[in-house]
Ligand binder design. Structure first.
Ligand code: HEC
Ligand code: HEC
Ligand code: HEC
Ligand code: HEC
Ligand code: HEC
Length: 184
């Protein structure tokens, strides 16, 4: 049986099948990376860097991060609070979709970029409470125009940091590495 499989694998047809198989795996991997790392087409080309550099706090637009699991995205009402008083809003091409959303009272459909699969329970609050900074996980937003993931949110990434934060606390380590902490 094994000999048969190897015999087939090294036949011309087998080689083509291998090549196609390999290419499929490769393209899936590339797709996976693009899914998690490329910045998607957003309804508004919202420039993080200019807002953050202007001195607006992350928690002003994402207040949920210190309260619970979800950081939350700002609605157009929050944008409008500043932008209705700003000259740039009348002239900017980039801001046309915002003006439209406000006039039509339609929510802006942001495309999520920072996501973990459904079977993972992530909660912002304990991280913020423990003094972990937004940029430790989301990168330096003063350098970012359209938000993208600086790294893939995989299990090894979570566990590495959980290990680092519990070197001299065995009890905390047990909790932070327990499967049930993130999967339940
Ligand atoms: C003026 C409001 C505003 C400020 C200030 C702001 N953000 Fe955002 N943030 C947004 C909007 C709008 C989006 C959705 C558009 C996008 O993803 O680019 C977003 C998206 C994100 C995302 C991607 C979320 C997702 O999956 O859709 C992350 C991560 C993020 N912000 C982190 C931060 C951090 C960290 C800071 C502070 C350094 C910050 N933001 C400051 C408005 C803001
Ligand atoms: C606290 C005030 C404030 C809030 C809230 C705010 N912005 Fe801004 N926004 C600014 C300032 C100030 C600038 C100009 C920054 C600069 O000079 O580089 C700006 C610039 C922009 C620009 C660039 C316009 C251009 O043509 O260059 C876009 C797009 C934009 N904001 C979208 C948004 C959206 C969408 C929201 C809501 C998610 C939002 N802003 C919320 C203050 C704000
Ligand atoms: C320990 C790592 C970590 C820290 C610290 C962190 N985040 Fe997140 N953030 C994540 C992960 C993981 C997700 C994806 C969560 C999901 O899919 O349920 C996420 C999702 C988000 C999102 C999009 C989904 C949502 O929850 O609304 C925003 C916006 C965001 N984070 C903003 C922030 C801001 C602002 C801070 C700082 C106040 C921050 N994050 C701190 C890891 C982190
Ligand atoms: C940059 C470091 C860092 C990363 C990355 C990180 N965490 Fe954490 N996590 C912490 C710290 C610190 C705590 C709080 C420990 C304490 O209670 O003092 C924590 C606590 C938690 C808790 C609460 C545990 C409890 O019951 O109190 C959960 C759940 C959690 N993390 C899930 C995740 C998941 C899921 C990921 C990956 C998507 C992740 N974390 C990535 C540092 C991190
Ligand atoms: C600190 C959070 C955290 C802990 C603790 C954790 N996981 Fe995960 N796990 C994740 C995240 C995030 C993913 C999704 C990303 C990925 O696929 O790596 C994941 C994915 C998985 C998957 C899907 C397959 C895979 O690797 O993609 C399995 C199975 C799994 N975890 C099992 C476990 C088991 C068993 C334990 C206990 C030994 C455990 N996890 C502990 C965060 C955690």
């Amino acid at each position: 049986m094994i000999k048969n499989i190897f015999g087939w694998l090294f036949s011309p047809l087998g080689r083509i099948a291998l090549l196609i198989g390999g290419l499929t795996v490769l393209s899936l991997a590339v797709w996976g990376i693009s899914l998690t790392q490329a910045s998607p087409e957003q309804p508004i080309q919202f420039p993080h860097n200019r807002h953050v550099n202007f001195g607006i706090q992350c928690l002003y637009c994402h207040p949920g991060a210190s309260r619970g699991p979800v950081a939350g995205l700002p609605t157009q009402t929050k944008c409008w609070g500043c932008h209705q008083q700003m000259q740039i809003t009348e002239t900017s091409e980039l801001l046309k979709p915002l003006v439209q959303a406000v006039e039509n009272n339609e929510p802006i459909q942001w495309v999520p970029v920072a996501i973990v699969p459904d079977f993972v329970q992530f909660n912002h609050r304990p991280h913020i409470a423990a003094g972990v900074n937004c940029e430790d996980c989301h990168g330096d937003m003063t350098q970012v125009t359209i938000a993208e993931n600086p790294q893939v949110f995989n299990m090894g990434w979570c566990l590495n940091c959980h290990k680092e934060h519990s070197v001299d606390n065995p009890e905390l380590r047990t909790k932070l590495l327990d499967c049930g902490t993130c999967h339940y």
